[in-house]
Design a protein around this ligand. Structure first.
Ligand SMILES: [Zn+2]
Length: 101
């Protein structure tokens, strides 16, 4: 029996599989689409890689990574930034935050 790990790491693997898929528990997942695939059938994986859905999702993912590298990790939302500014202004002015409850 071929396991999900065999499909990526073992003799059944190809370099493309290692790029496109990852193993989560006993499941083989598509990196772009975040769906599990039947790893026991190579044709299912090949069909998926050739599918329009996979191409579209993968392209969308590649583009979003290119346009905004790492911004999702460090950028605060407007609301968070406003809160941070408010707290900094109040502490600078020596106003206790309890007054604002
Ligand atoms: Zn996919």
């Amino acid at each position: 029996m071929v396991t999900a790990n065999d499909r990526i790491e073992g003799l059944c693997s190809t370099p493309e599989y290692r790029q496109e898929f990852y193993v989560e528990g006993t499941l083989l997942m598509c990196c772009a689409c975040r769906i599990s695939l039947n790893h026991k059938k190579k044709s299912v994986l090949d069909d998926h890689l050739g599918s329009t859905k996979h191409e579209v999702t993968k392209n969308a993912m590649d583009n979003s990574v290119d346009v905004q590298p790492n911004t999702h990790i460090t950028r605060l939302s407007e609301r968070e930034q406003l809160n941070l500014d408010l707290v900094q202004a109040l502490t600078t002015a020596d106003i206790p935050l309890e007054k604002f409850r």
